[in-house]
Design a protein around this ligand. Structure first.
Ligand code: THU
Length: 130
């Protein structure tokens, strides 16, 4: 199964009763294993979490801290762009050249990279004076 198919499949389990915008994400760890996540909303709206965050949490919980591929899918008119916070989260565990596939349920696909999504990321070197 492709990474995008894994994201498409898990999207069905998204908990999005407030926005009704279900998102599925899948990341491939350096081991080759695939980790999936969905958005999980909350009646206290800011407590909701994004699909990408869920997939990353599953990867880290399994003992991996390097991702080599990302896929995200939603029922949006255009391939769903990861939110700003998720871009920083992906950058923590991936490289600028790590491929990211953004897709719609209807079949539109945008191939990009973590570096294109977050060209000026905050990284540990910015804390070198600490
Ligand atoms: N959402 C994600 O899960 N990932 C994104 O990259 C964009 C937004 C979710 C958060 C919220 O549950 C819903 O989509 C609407 O913002």
């Amino acid at each position: 199964m492709s990474l995008l198919d894994a994201a498409r499949e898990v999207r069905e389990n998204a908990y999005a009763p407030y926005s009704r915008f279900k998102v599925g994400a899948a990341v491939r760890g350096a081991s080759g294993r695939v980790y999936r996540g969905v958005n999980v909303e909350n009646v206290a709206y800011p407590e909701g979490t994004c699909a990408e965050a869920g997939a990353i949490a599953a990867m880290v919980a399994a003992g991996e801290t390097e991702l080599v591929e990302v896929a995200v899918i939603a029922d949006s008119p255009e391939p769903v762009p990861c939110c700003g916070g998720c871009r920083q989260k992906l950058a923590e565990f991936g490289k600028p050249g790590t491929p990211v596939t953004l897709a719609t349920v209807s079949g539109k696909v945008l191939a990009t990279t973590i570096g294109e999504l977050l060209p000026a990321r905050f990284d540990p070197s910015h804390m070198d004076k600490c």
